[in-house]
Write a protein that binds this ligand. Structure first.
Ligand code: NZQ
Ligand code: ZN
Length: 393
């Protein structure tokens, strides 16, 4: 197991009706003026916004709001939020919604105290040094942004979708009522489940050995999501399934299941170019890329035993000791079958991506300083392009 430092400062308030506690929780954190940040209006239609503002009013906490966050949140609204937040002197940012509202809130929170262009922080031109505290009332189980150190923003003019990982990105408060996720369209539920599984799988596929506790935690998350997603797709109001999805989403990406091992994250980097270019849902892009990424490792014969372990422990495939690659392939096929079952695309065509864009997509994938992406195998241009070609079935 590798050395690690792990600190998640997020307070989780989880369960039935906890959104009514928002005012009390923010008061305890010393918030006096809150910027409420939200998306395209689902939280207004559901009545959640009213509940949240009532809860703030009851505690005498002032608030202003900024809606309009789009999935794959845009830099232009971040600039607007920074300006509004400065003008109004806000001391807390509360994202009410999914990962997009939250990531946009995180960018505003870092942007307010930063004197230059907030995008400098995303490109690495400057390092984050201060931020306004961020909290969320979460309505979607998917990204884990409610306690992750990550925030992903898209620049419209250049179509760059860039994630910033920094400890200051971790929210201080996550209010999580699984009931709030019951109004999600089935497609969003499925995208969320796919994303959660992918976060555990990015960590699962490591070359590190003897990391049993995190192996088993990853497997628990993945297996739970498979079961709970099947239930929630058929019975969207099933509280226990929604609750399991929601907590799985949190621990899958705040590093509870990833410490002491080197995660991969190539599938995420590659997917971000699909959602940047075609504005598709992140989870749907992952459903196309992750199986192709796995097939690439099978094709190149890399760490077949780990791929086979995934097949045996998650999909209950029988281990073929004579031919572990055959077991690994059956695992990938079972994973693809599940994705199809919950209505996810698994090919570029189904996603609406074009073959002729593959060279440009490949060029755009954000690399590590050594020019490659990923850790399971470090992928160069040829490898990334091959993964797109496998996905372009
Ligand atoms: O905008 P509204 O009207 O609220 O509608 C949203 C949106 O259309 C809707 N929705 C959310 N909760 C709902 C609901 N509709 C009905 N009932 C509810 N309870 O769902 C749609 C998608 O919302 P969005 O916030 O975009 O989804 P998600 O939470 O999947 O976030 C995706 C974004 O997060 C990034 C993705 O790349 C993408 O930009 N990620 C962020 C990560 C992080 N910060 O740690 C990690 C992830 O890997 C990911 O990259
Ligand atoms: Zn993700």
């Amino acid at each position: 197991m590798l050395n690690f430092t792990f600190c998640v400062p997020t307070k989780f308030v989880f369960g039935h009706g906890v959104e009514k506690e928002t005012g009390r929780e923010l008061k305890a954190l010393g918030a006096k003026k809150v910027l409420i940040h939200y998306g395209g209006g689902s939280v207004i239609r559901s009545g959640l916004m009213q509940t949240v503002t009532d809860a703030l009013d009851a505690e005498g906490i002032a608030h202003v709001s900024l809606g309009g966050v789009k999935p794959n949140p845009r830099a232009s609204l971040v600039y607007e939020g920074i300006e509004l937040g400065r003008r109004e002197g806000v001391d807390f940012i509360l994202a009410v919604g999914g990962g997009s509202a939250l990531d946009s809130a995180k960018a505003i929170a870092l942007g307010i105290p930063y004197e230059g262009d907030f995008w400098d922080l995303w490109t690495g031109k400057a390092a984050p040094a201060a931020r306004i505290p961020v909290g969320t009332v979460l309505t979607l189980a998917a990204t884990g942004s409610e306690s992750s150190n990550s925030a992903v923003i898209t620049r419209e003019d250049t179509r760059e979708k860039v994630g910033l990982n920094h400890q200051l990105n971790r929210p201080v408060l996550a209010i999580m009522d699984p009931e709030l996720t019951m109004t999600l369209p089935p497609y969003q539920t499925a995208c969320g489940a796919t994303d959660i599984m992918a976060h555990a799988m990015e960590r699962y596929f490591t070359n590190e050995t003897e990391v049993d506790v995190t192996d088993r935690l990853c497997e628990a998350v993945i297996s739970t999501v498979i079961r709970a997603a099947r239930i929630a797709m058929k019975d969207p109001r099933n509280y226990e399934a929604r609750a399991n999805l929601m907590w799985a989403g949190t621990i899958a990406h705040n590093d509870t299941v990833g410490v002491g091992r080197l995660g991969d994250f190539a599938s995420h980097r590659i997917e971000h170019e699909l959602s940047a270019m075609y504005d598709v849902a992140h989870g749907a892009g992952l459903a196309v890329i992750f199986p192709a990424w796995m097939r690439y490792h099978l094709e190149t014969g890399h760490n077949i035993m780990r791929l086979a372990q995934f097949a045996v422990r998650i999909w209950h495939c029988e281990m073929n000791f004579e031919n572990p690659a055959e077991t690994a392939l059956r695992g990938i096929e079972a994973y693809e079958g599940f994705l199809k079952e919950i209505g996810m695309p698994i090919t570029m065509k189904e996603l609406g991506a074009r073959t002729e864009d593959i060279p440009e997509l490949t060029r755009r994938v954000r690399r590590s300083p050594d020019g490659t992406v990923g850790q399971f195998q470090k992928l160069d241009d040829a490898a990334i392009e091959r993964i797109f070609r496998i996905a372009d079935r």
